[in-house]
Write a protein that binds this ligand. Sequence first.
Ligand SMILES: O=C[C@H](O)COP(=O)(O)O
Length: 243
Amino acid sequence: MTNPLKLLQLLKLLDLTRLTETDSGSDVAKWLDAIPQLPTPVAALCVYPAFLTQTKAYITQHLPGADLATVVNFPGGTQPLAEVLNDISHAIAAGATEIDCVLPYQQLMAGDEQGVAQFLAAVRQATPNICLKIIIESGELLTAQQVAKASELVIVSGADFVKTSTGKVPVGCTLEAARIILTSIAATNRPVGFKASGGVKSVEQALQLVNMYEEITGKTAIKQGMRIGASSLLTDVLALLPR
Ligand SMILES: O=C[C@H](O)COP(=O)(O)O
């Protein structure tokens, strides 16, 4: 039997995600209505910008304590910076407290580290007092060195979290990528969080990632330091929690 305290820890780390491209407002309303009563609030709900207002209203009523996250430059990582900054400012105005932004990873793979650093600096400047998570899309990066370089650029930029994946490319969060990112995080003095996302569906997978986080950083995984972004993990967590 999985330790119930570990399952509660997973709930507290969960960015419960709904990023279905074809969704309408009523689809998202149905999704929100279907969230069962939880023994402890999840870390955040993560939705497309179009659904921030209704999700904010839901959080106020049903999930006080949860943050409201949205995605920008998502999922491709190729939007012009001005558009990304505009989307960020609208998202904040609509109540987002957390921004998950895709790093222009193609630019990084093409060797333009300086361009990526400039992008990250501008995004950081546009998100004061907002939790900023940068998605490196580790499954598209070709080498361990690229994953390490992307993590370093995110860490140096002052972002709050290095996040693995959008969940929209064939390879999501792998243990190999998680290890490389966590090793970079552990090597810095500044507190930087880690968000595992993309294909994390089972409690077993999630606990492996939490264990790895705790082993490499030497810290207990709490909301400020670790997240698990997942659209379908909640079902498995709730199925294993004793009633
Ligand atoms: O940001 C989180 C991911 O989009 C979720 O990916 P997933 O649908 O594979 O759980």
